[in-house]
Design a protein around this ligand. Sequence first.
Ligand code: ADP
Ligand code: MG
Length: 463
Amino acid sequence: RWSRVKGRLRSSVGEDVYTSWFARMDLEGVQDESVRLSVPTRFLKSWIQAHYAERVLSCWQAEMPEVHRIDLTVRSAVRPTTPPKEAPAPVEARRAPAPELRSTATAPVSANHDALGGSPLDPRLTFASFVVGRSNTLAHAAARQVAEGRRGDPVMFNPLYIHAGVGLGKTHLLQAVTWAGNSGNERKVLYLTAEKFMYGFVAALKTQTALAFKEALRGIDVLVIDDLQFLQGKSTQAEFCHTLNALIDAGRQVVIAADRPPSDLESLDDRVRSRLAGGLVVEMGSLGEELRLGILKSRVAAARTHHATFDVPEEVLNYLSRAITHNGRDLEGAINRLLAHSKLNNQPVTLEMAEREVRDLIRPQEPKRIKIEDIQRVVARQYNVSRSDLLSSRRTANVVRPRQVAMYLAKTLTLRSLPEIGRRFGGRDHTTVLHAVRKIEALVAKDTALSEEVESLKRQLQE
Ligand code: ADP
Ligand code: MG
């Protein structure tokens, strides 16, 4: 009968909802007109009570008209980490009605944290496939250290804060920590994107289960938060701050990734920022050519486990590692395209094919970054003064004008601020720089000779 009730429930709410919320509901017993059901977490309990109480009752009544009451209980606070018998992993691509709290696509993590529903993990993003190079050695070592810790070990860096630009391996490293930490089943490691954290908390607030959400969060050993720069909203930040403090004070590990250092997370409040900066802050730099080659090879090897005939000649790998400099995502994209192309057309990968297929992934050379020293050098040469004249406090006409031009160029060709430029010009005040910039702007507008001079200087600098 229980299985018939479940069948009814399944067809009444749909497969996705069923998998998300009811797959782990067990029958404890039926007595007279009441049915006792259990779920593994308080969060599931309150969610089901708030949203599906009547539905569950009517499904029972369809099978047993005498039933008038459903008692929903929480099985036990701590549940063994074996995946539930009846919970097939939800299919990632399909949408569940509450995707922000749905259990994840991959069993090891989701099985532990129904109340939270970690973000989906990509099974390919492990330490085994992470290539170590100059720019990520430290981040990798720290992440490994964290992943290998055991419950109760002293925590060495807390939080571990990794920052890097897009596509440089943050998510890969964080998911590797999560996979490694969960594989022992000894510690509870939860991977959440900051957005997920936010939605989870907001949803819990709406259903008055925020307490359960908080408790569940504080019950984990390692909290991994990705893309912290997306954390927004006062109450979520306050909650994040509490969670962070509670976990760190309890000796639990927190690992965070963001696209910028803590000091640049403008939207975070000062307390959070200083707490973040109090652990180990590591930057991962851009991928060097060798690292890019390593990543390409690792991607090819991964593809070959499914497509044994797929092969990418060394010269193509070398070409790609030199041509695609920007980020790991494009490297991955390039290999995917070569794989697709060679499969669909049943052709081996050649250099020609690679050049054609990845053309749009190759970015034009970024404009040269112009340095203030270069500006000073070029201007000094043009006006036949020395660079130290430009930096000096001399106020004779033959150095004042070149100095102003150099400051003007520094402002227009670099991203340096006025105070910074002032500092680099012999410790001048930013108002002096501003004055110079305005002066030259005005002159250029009416003095064609000066305007041409300035244009020529710009061309020299940009070459
Ligand atoms: P981020 O989260 O920093 O934007 P990702 O972790 O998503 O970057 O990395 C983008 C792509 O590049 C992924 O396919 C990832 O596997 C790959 N990648 C980046 N760095 C490495 C690395 N060191 N070793 C292997 N793959 C990497
Ligand atoms: Mg990422």
